[in-house]
Every structure is written in structure tokens, then in C-alpha cells.
Design a protein around this ligand. Structure first.
Ligand code: SF4
Length: 264
């Protein structure tokens, strides 16, 4: 016989967001992409943006994002998501436009596209997953790889003398007046995942307010590329990645950034 009072309301502790499909992902155990997908699905769902969103998928480990998020997607050539999103934004002013890219895609091959989309103040929201490595192609050094970090193309560890320093591209973008919002989150623990969701929500609101380009970088682990267990990769994320790339809000120009540009 049940001891639950007839008036008790069950507390929901887990529910699949409507914008997350029921497919299992191809991601490795401990990968951050699945968590970011869920956050994107939750935020877009809470803002009621699913039906009007056109997302742009990257090349990289998240190339199949269109299988996991129940959104309209366009697949961009490697690094070109901000350019594709710019075209969508201009021909579909009613759409909510979101890009999803990893660090190899956004901070190496697509550096020109992200910089100029941000400089133009394109009204798009960019989700930038930084795990400091090229995951899909076998764990090679990326612009965001840490000094001393071993990768398959820097087996002795990245040296500044030959490979330069980790690229802080979100800080660079935050300097541009066309950027309405820039923040860096982390998937290191539930508290940071919650803050990251808040950053993503605010970045979406910036697009709705028409204040300019918005970006959220998300520090995520890549256990396979880092040659670590998922547990050890979280320690690396906290102790090394978050030390090099401090998470937090970088800029929120809010409504004060509204320019004299005519509405799209
Ligand atoms: S290689 Fe890294 S980023 Fe790619 S799916 Fe595996 S854990 Fe994720």
C-alpha cells in the first residue's frame, strides 16, 4: 500500500528537453558535446525559439549535431559557420540563427569568418565548444592547446617558441564593438554547467534584442583526445584549462549597443 499522500505532486528530476531528439549520440564517454547539446535544447525550448531557429552545424566531432537537436540545420564547410549564418540572417530576418563550432573549426580554420562576423555585429548567437584539441581527426594540436600539453602533433608538449601561445579568441572578439555579448562557461561541475546555461540564455536574448553578435565559449573535456579517463579529464579541465581560460562574463553591452543600423 502506498504511503504517498494523495495530494503529493511528484517532483520531476529529469526530463528530456523537447528539442533534444531521442537518438543516442556518437560521442565518446565523458565528452562535453552531449551536455552542450542539452543546454542548447533547454535554452531554446525555454525561450520558445525552436520553431524559428535555423542552426548551422560545424565540421568536427559535432558534425552530426543536426541528428541530436530537433532544429532546422544547415551544414557549413569547415570553419564557415559564421559566414553561412550571416547569409541565413540576411535572407530570413524572422529566424533565430545559431552556430555551433568547436575550437579547431572556429579558432583555426574559421578564424577569419568568426572575426569578421563579430566585427560586422551580425545578429547571430555562436556556441563555441573549446576542448583545446582537434578531436575528430585524432587529437592534434589546436590554437587553443595549452603550453606543454601533449597532442599527437606535439608529442613533447606544445612549445611557445615553435607553436606560439594558446589563442584567447573570445577575449579578442569581446573587444569589438559589434559584439553585444561574450562569455565563457565550463562543464567542469554542475554549478558551472548551470552558469553556462545562464550565459547561453543571455546570448540568445542578445540576438532577440538586436544588439549584435553574441558568443558563449564552453570549456569542455575531450577524454579521448587528451588520452585521459573521463574523471581525470575533469581534473585537467579544472586545473589547467580553467586556469588558462578563466570562465565568466566578458562583455554584455546590452541594449546600449543598439547601433544606428536599420533593422534587418
Ligand atoms: S574525440 Fe573528444 S570531442 Fe570528439 S567525441 Fe571524442 S571526446 Fe568528444
Amino acid at each position: 500500500m502506498s504511503t504517498t499522500p494523495a495530494t503529493a505532486v511528484p517532483r520531476v528530476v529529469y526530463r528530456r528537453p523537447e528539442l533534444l531528439t531521442e537518438r543516442s549520440t556518437h560521442y565518446c564517454p565523458g565528452c562535453g558535446h552531449g551536455v552542450v547539446h542539452r543546454l542548447v535544447a533547454e535554452v531554446l525550448g525555454e525561450l520558445g525559439l525552436g520553431p524559428r531557429t535555423i542552426a548551422v552545424a560545424p565540421v568536427g566531432c559535432a558534425v552530426f549535431a543536426y541528428d541530436y537537436l530537433a532544429l532546422d540545420f544547415v551544414e557549413a564547410p569547415h570553419g564557415r559557420a559564421p559566414a553561412v549564418a550571416t547569409g541565413i540572417r540576411r535572407v530570413r530576418p524572422d529566424a533565430f540563427v545559431l552556430t555551433y563550432q568547436g575550437d579547431g573549426d572556429l579558432a583555426a580554420i574559421g578564424t577569419a569568418e568568426i572575426v569578421h562576423a563579430a566585427a560586422r555585429g551580425e545578429r547571430i548567437t555562436a556556441v563555441f565548444v573549446n576542448n583545446g584539441i582537434y578531436g575528430m581527426t585524432g587529437g592534434q594540436m589546436a590554437p587553443t592547446t595549452l603550453l606543454g600539453q601533449r597532442t599527437t602533433s606535439s608529442p613533447a608538449g606544445r612549445e611557445a617558441a615553435s607553436a606560439g601561445y594558446p589563442l584567447h579568441i573570445t577575449e579578442m572578439l569581446a573587444l569589438l564593438p559589434g559584439v553585444a555579448y561574450a562569455a565563457r562557461g565550463s562543464l567542469v561541475d554542475p554549478a558551472w554547467i548551470g552558469r553556462t546555461k545562464a550565459f547561453l540564455k543571455r546570448a540568445c536574448e542578445a540576438q532577440l534584442e538586436g544588439t549584435g553578435f553574441a558568443i558563449v565559449e564552453v570549456l569542455a573535456s575531450c577524454p579521448v583526445g587528451w588520452a585521459m579517463t573521463p574523471r581525470d579529464s575533469l581534473a585537467f579541465l579544472r586545473e589547467r584549462m580553467m586556469a588558462e581560460f578563466p570562465p565568466g562574463l566578458l562583455i554584455d553591452r546590452g541594449r546600449s549597443a543598439v547601433s544606428d543600423r536599420p533593422e534587418d
